[in-house]
Write a protein that binds this ligand. Structure first.
Ligand code: ADP
Ligand code: MG
Length: 751
C-alpha cells in the first residue's frame, strides 16, 4: 500500500538542515552534481536527504563535497533515532553551548562597559547622562563583545559564506552583514546581542522542529523489537522481530504488543488496535483472525502465525507513508517557499536603498551639508536586513503540516502527503461507492432462487456454481456466497480459469462448461454480446428482471448466476449500511457539502433503497469501473473539487481521477488503498467530517501564522523606517514570532 522508493537510491543525514531555506540551498548546490534537482528528496524533519541514484552513478563523496559547499555537513544515514550515544557531545550540544556562551559574554561585556561608563543606562544609550558626552567602550568589553559575536555566529558563518559564493542572499548572510555593519558603526552591544539572539532563535527552532520530529517518531516506536518465538521442542525463545520469518509461531502474552502481522492460531483476546486504526474500543479476536504489529493484546494469551516480515507490516507501511508524506509538499508550503525566495532579496535591495538613497537625497537637498546623517540611515538599513529573515514564516508551515499528518495518523486517518492535508477542507462534492463503503460489506445471503424452468436445476446448484466461482474472490459478496454455501453443506466442484470482472462479477469453467455470476448490468451486457462473452439465446430477460426486482425490493443486492446458454438462478444478499452513516451524511451537509453522490455497480433499485436510508439524493447505479471514472470526471466538471470514497478495485480509477481519493483502509482492497490519497484505517466514515474539520483547522493555523509573521515584520519595518526600531528589537521580534507560530502549529498535535 505504499509506493516504494525507486530501487536505486541512498540517504544521507544532513546536519544543519532545519528549514526550507536550507533545502533550497542544497538543491542548488547538489542538484547539478546528481543530475537534476528532481533526483533529490528532502525530509527536513528527520534531517534526511535522499539521492535518487545509485552510489556508482553519483559518488557519495561528491555529494558530500557539494553539501559542504553550502556550509552544511552530510554524513552516512543510519536508521538509529536521533542523538543516541553515537554522536559526540560536541555534535549534540555544541550549538547550545556556544549560544549560552555568547549570551554570557554579551552580559559580561555589558557589565564591563557599564562599570566604566558609570552605570547601565549610560552603557546602553552610549551617552553619559551626567556630562552628555559619548561614553567610550573599554577595550576589555570590546574583546568580550567580539568573542560573544564569534560564538554566536559560529554556526551560521559557513552557510553565510556558501550563500555569498552562490550569490543567493539568505538569512544567514543577512545576519552576518547586519552584525558586521553594527560593529562597523561601533554598536558593539547591538552586534553582540543580535548575534546571541539569532543563535538563540536558531537553537529554539531546532528544538521545536525536533519536537515535531519526535511526534512522528513516536509512531515508529510503536513497533516492538522482539518476538517470543515458539520453538519446535515447545520451548520459547526471544528473537528480534526483524529476524522472524513468515509462518513462524509466536506467543503473545496478555498485555503485550503484537510483534508482527499475523493470524491467530490459538486463543482469543481483545486487541487494542488504536495504534493502527485509531479505534478506541478493543476488538475481539479469535483463531483465524488477523492481528497487526504494534497493536496491544488484551487479557488472553495468543499463539499466532506470522504473515509478513517486519519491514512489510501494516504499521511499517503507515510509518513509511507518514515519513514520505512530508516530502510531498502542500500548496501552502510551496507558496511560502516561493514567497521567501523573492522576499529576502527584495528586502535586501530595500535595505541597500534605505542605506544609500535618503542620505544622497538629503545631501543634494542641503547641498551636501547634511551628508553627516548617513550612519543613521545605514543603521536603519541594517534593521531592515534583520527583518529580511523569513524564518518565522518559512518554518511554521511545514511544522503545521507535519503536526497535522501525525495527529491524523493517531486518529486513524492516514494522509499520504502534505499535498492532501489542505484538500479535504476545500471539497465541493463527495462521491461514495456503495458496497463496502457505505455498507458494511459483510453481506449475508438471504435468498437463493432457481430460475430455470424445467430441467431441475435446484437452489443448491445455483449456490454451488456461484460459490465455485467466488472461492478465491475478495469481493464482499463473494465471501458471503462462499460462507453460505459452506453453511448449507453444498458440495463445491472447483472452477477453473476463474477471472474476476471488477464491478461486474466473475467467470470460469466448471466441468468444462462456462459459468458466470454477476450483476444485472453484466447479464444485459452478456445478452448484448457486447463484451465478447457470447450471447445467451435461451434467456427471457423480462421474466428474469421481474424476479430480480422482487429480490431487490428491500435494498437487497441480487446477483445472477448462469452458464453459456441459461440463467440458472439468482442470489439475494443483504448488506446493511454501516452504523452511523446517516449521521455522517448530515454532518457533511452541515459542513457545507451539499453534493453527496452514490456511485455503484449494483442494481438500480438496490442502490436507491440504500441511498434513501443513508440520506444521499443523487444516485448513479449499474456502473462499470470506467463509468465510475466518467461519473467522477463529470462531477469534477460540474462542482470542482470532488473526493471519491471507495474500497474496491473498481473504485481505483475513479479515485485516481478525483481531487482526493479516500480508501477504506481495513476492508479495502490493496488497489484502492494504493491509489488513495487518504486511507481511513478503521473504515470509519465518521472520520470524514473529522478530516474536513482537521484540514480546515490546519489551513486556518497556517493562515494565522503567515499573517502573524508578516504582520510582525510590517510593524517592525514601519518602526524601522521612522528610526524607532533597534537591531536587537527587530531580531527579538523575529524570534518571538518564530516561537509563537511554532507553538501555534504544534496545537494541531492535540487534534
Ligand atoms: P459497488 O460499486 O457498490 O462497490 P461493486 O462494483 O463491487 O459494487 O459491484 C457491483 C456489482 O457487480 C455488484 O452489486 C454485483 O452485482 C456485481 N459483482 C461484482 N463482483 C462480483 C462478484 N465477485 N460476485 C458477484 N457479483 C459481483
Ligand atoms: Mg465497493
Amino acid at each position: 500500500m505504499t509506493e516504494s522508493p525507486p530501487s536505486q537510491f541512498y540517504d544521507l543525514r544532513v546536519r544543519g538542515m532545519d528549514c526550507a531555506e536550507e533545502v533550497a540551498a542544497l538543491n542548488r548546490a547538489v542538484g547539478p552534481v546528481v543530475g537534476g534537482e528532481e533526483r533529490l528528496q528532502f525530509d527536513v524533519l528527520r534531517g534526511r536527504m535522499r539521492v535518487l541514484a545509485s552510489p556508482d552513478e553519483v559518488s557519495v563523496e561528491e555529494v558530500r563535497k557539494a553539501v559542504a559547499r553550502t556550509g552544511m555537513r552530510a554524513e552516512p544515514w543510519s536508521d538509529e533515532r536521533e542523538g543516541v550515544g553515537a554522536e559526540s557531545f560536541w555534535a549534540r550540544r555544541g550549538r547550545t553551548v556556544l549560544t549560552a556562551l555568547s549570551g554570557l559574554l554579551t552580559l559580561g561585556g555589558f557589565a564591563l562597559h557599564a562599570a566604566s561608563a558609570g552605570g547601565p543606562v549610560a552603557a546602553f544609550t552610549g551617552i553619559d547622562p551626567a556630562t552628555g558626552a559619548e561614553t567610550a567602550i573599554p577595550l576589555a568589553a570590546k574583546v568580550l563583545y567580539l568573542v560573544a559575536i564569534l560564538t554566536g555566529v559560529w554556526h551560521i558563518l559557513p552557510r553565510a559564506w556558501g550563500a555569498a559564493r552562490a550569490l543567493r542572499p539568505d538569512m544567514n548572510l543577512l545576519m552576518t552583514v547586519a552584525i558586521t555593519g553594527a560593529v562597523g558603526l561601533g554598536e558593539w552591544l547591538e552586534a553582540a546581542s543580535v548575534a546571541f539572539l539569532f543563535a538563540l532563535s536558531q537553537a529554539l527552532e531546532g528544538w521545536s522542529v525536533g519536537r515535531a520530529r519526535r511526534a512522528v517518531e513516536s509512531l515508529l516506536d510503536l513497533s516492538p523489537t522482539v518476538a517470543r518465538v515458539r520453538r519446535a521442542d515447545g520451548g520459547e525463545e526471544t528473537v528480534s522481530a526483524g529476524d522472524v520469518p513468515v509462518g513462524t509461531t509466536v506467543v503473545v502474552k496478555p498485555g503485550e504488543k503484537i510483534p508482527l502481522d499475523a493470524e491467530i492460531v490459538l486463543g482469543t483476546s481483545e486487541v487494542d488496535q488504536a495504534p493502527i486504526t485509531g479505534e478506541s474500543l478493543p476488538v475481539y479476536k479469535g483463531p483465524g483472525d488477523e492481528v497487526f504489529a504494534g497493536t496491544i493484546n488484551g487479557g488472553g494469551a495468543l499463539e499466532v502465525r506470522t504473515t509478513r516480515p517486519a519491514e512489510e507490516t501494516t504499521l511499517a507501511h503507515i510509518v513509511r507513508l507518514v515519513e514520505e508524506a512530508q516530502s510531498r509538499r502542500s500548496p501552502a508550503e510551496r507558496w511560502v517557499e516561493r514567497f521567501a525566495r523573492l522576499y529576502t532579496p527584495a528586502v535586501m535591495a530595500l535595505a541597500a536603498a534605505v542605506m544609500v538613497l535618503p542620505p544622497i537625497a538629503v545631501g543634494i537637498w542641503a547641498g551636501w551639508a547634511g551628508w553627516g546623517g548617513w550612519s543613521d540611515w545605514f543603521y536603519r538599513g541594517l534593521v531592515l536586513l534583520v527583518i529580511g529573515c523569513p524564518c518565522a514564516l518559512v518554518i511554521s508551515t511545514p511544522v503545521s503540516i507535519v503536526a497535522a499528518l501525525a495527529s491524523a495518523a493517531r486518529h486513524g486517518v492516514l494522509i499520504k502527503g502534505g499535498l492532501f492535508v489542505e484538500e479535504p477542507g476545500r471539497l465541493d462534492a463527495i462521491a461514495f461507492d456503495k458496497t463496502g463503503t457505505l455498507t458494511t460489506g459483510e453481506a449475508r445471503v438471504v435468498r437463493v432462487v432457481a430460475l430455470d424452468a424445467g430441467d431441475g436445476t435446484g437452489e443448491a446448484e445455483v449456490l454451488a456454481v456461484a460459490a465455485a466461482l467466488e472461492a478465491r474472490s475478495e469481493h464482499p459478496l463473494a465471501r458471503a456466497i462462499v460462507a453460505h454455501a459452506a453453511e448449507r453443506g453444498v458440495a463445491i466442484e472447483p472452477a477453473e480459469d476463474v477471472r474476476a470482472l471488477p464491478g461486474k462479477g466473475a467467470v470460469g469453467r466448471i466441468g468444462g462448461r462456462e459459468t458466470w455470476v454477476g450483476s444485472h448490468r453484466y447479464l444485459v451486457d452478456r445478452l448484448g454480446g457486447g463484451d465478447g462473452q457470447g450471447g445467451s439465446p435461451a434467456v427471457d430477460l423480462a421474466s428474469v428482471e421481474e424476479r430480480l426486482a422482487e429480490l431487490a425490493a428491500d435494498g437487497h443486492t441480487a446477483v445472477v448466476v448462469g452458464d453459456e446458454s441459461r440463467v440458472l438462478g439468482a442470489i439475494a444478499l443483504a448488506d446493511g449500511l454501516r452504523p452511523g452513516v446517516p449521521e455522517v451524511i448530515k454532518a457533511l451537509r452541515r459542513r457545507g457539502l451539499d453534493h453527496l453522490v452514490m456511485l455503484t455497480g449494483d442494481n438500480r433499485p438496490t442502490a436507491l433503497a440504500v441511498a434513501k436510508e443513508a440520506g444521499i439524493d443523487e444516485v448513479h447505479a449499474e456502473l462499470l469501473p470506467e463509468d465510475k471514472l466518467g461519473a467522477v470526471e463529470e462531477l469534477v466538471a460540474r462542482h470542482g473539487r470532488v473526493a471519491m470514497v471507495g474500497d474496491g478495485v473498481n473504485d481505483a480509477p475513479a479515485m485516481g481521477r478525483s481531487s482526493l481519493g479516500i480508501a477504506m483502509g481495513a476492508a479495502g482492497t490493496d488497489a484502492a488503498i494504493e491509489t488513495a490519497d487518504v486511507a481511513l484505517m478503521a473504515d470509519d466514515l465518521s472520520r470524514l467530517p473529522w478530516l474536513i474539520d482537521h484540514s480546515r483547522r490546519t489551513l486556518a493555523i497556517i493562515r494565522q501564522n503567515i499573517g502573524f509573521a508578516l504582520g510582525v515584520k510590517l510593524v517592525v519595518f514601519l518602526l524601522a523606517t521612522v528610526g524607532l526600531a533597534s537591531l536587537w528589537a527587530a531580531i527579538a521580534a523575529d524570534m518571538g514570532a518564530s516561537l509563537l507560530v511554532i507553538a501555534n502549529a504544534l496545537r494541531l498535535l492535540r487534534g
